[in-house]
Design a protein around this ligand. Structure first.
Ligand SMILES: [Zn+2]
Ligand SMILES: [Zn+2]
Length: 309
């Protein structure tokens, strides 16, 4: 394990006035690029089969988003009110979720069934047998971060469909619809915790750090050298896997005892908040040994133990 500071404490990025607060990936790219990245990461990886299957699942998300049915969105007045009060208009807790996300789930199941192993097929058939109410209960548990009683094998597929639904809404409304959230470590669009953070390159976002939503794929700005969980600026350290490119590090906080991965586009421009997280599980295992808890979930790999709540 090696530790490398990304920038020195005290080095503050500026100017805040011109910083684009929200970055939303183009609708046509988000899942397709991620699927490509997963395939790239799978090459020669010890978890090759897993990453390739995740690529299939992500490809299915791309296809489901492309034909996503018309779904109700907040009105302009509601969006304005939320912006004025620093509230996420599409909160996973309070937005009246439309069952239309289940259409995406059905499509995803059919798509991934084609190449699934017998064990995964069994999970998919189990999921297909659930009625609409049971799927809503499942979705509510995942979005609330209550993973104790959920079917962990089936959870990635339900999460994948929910990601498609929320990504549909976020990309339809666009970045200009959303303002800053009062709680800076939750997504300003859907109030979910981040899966990881990313140092972006290019355009107005160059060299800025964004937190990446675990549900709707929105990225929102947060200054560097600050814990993404408790906002402490003290006791922040960075750990990378020895011998790696250093494009993915674990950012740890002594104050709250948590970590979240940070991806650097200047070291690898193709890093993806979810794909690169899945491909660096070794880093999670290292953090687990230090007793640090992860502060945000990857919904493709939820666990009931190693999360800070
Ligand atoms: Zn979100
Ligand atoms: Zn902290």
């Amino acid at each position: 394990m090696s530790t490398t500071p990304i920038i020195q404490p005290g080095q503050i990025e500026a100017p805040s006035g011109d910083i684009p607060f929200i970055y939303i990936s183009p609708r046509d790219n988000v899942f397709r690029d991620r699927a490509g990245r997963l395939r790239q990461l799978a090459e020669g990886h010890v978890m090759k089969d897993f990453l390739l299957f995740m690529a299939e699942l992500t490809e299915a998300q791309h296809a489901a988003l492309a034909v996503f049915p018309k779904a109700e969105l907040p009105t302009e007045a509601e969006i304005k009110l939320c912006r004025e009060h620093g509230m996420p208009p599409l909160s996973v807790q309070s937005w009246p979720r439309n069952t239309v996300w289940q259409e995406a789930l059905k499509k995803i199941i059919v798509d991934v069934m084609r190449t699934a192993t017998p064990a995964t097929k069994e999970i998919l058939l189990r999921l297909q047998a659930l009625d609409s109410d049971a799927l809503e209960t499942f979705a509510t548990a995942i979005l609330a971060g209550e993973f104790e009683d959920v079917d962990l094998g089936a959870a990635p597929f339900v999460a994948a469909a929910l990601q498609v639904y929320w990504t549909h809404m976020a990309t339809t409304l666009g970045a200009q619809a959303f303002g800053a959230n009062d709680i800076s470590n939750l997504c300003p669009v859907c109030a979910s915790p981040p899966v990881s953070s990313i140092l972006r390159i290019g355009g107005a976002e160059n060299a800025l750090r964004y937190l990446c939503c675990s549900v709707c794929n929105t990225q929102w700005h947060m200054v560097r050298v600050k814990c993404t969980n408790c906002e402490s600026t003290k006791g922040i350290s960075y750990f990378a896997i020895a011998g790696s490119s250093g494009a993915v590090k674990a950012e740890t906080c002594e104050e709250c005892g948590t970590y979240l991965k940070i991806m650097q586009m200047d070291k690898d421009q193709y890093v993806d908040p979810i794909a690169d997280d899945l491909a660096t599980l070794a880093l999670d295992l290292m953090m687990d040994e230090t007793g640090k808890l992860r502060s945000g979930p990857n919904l493709f790999l939820i666990s009931t133990s190693a999360m800070a709540v």
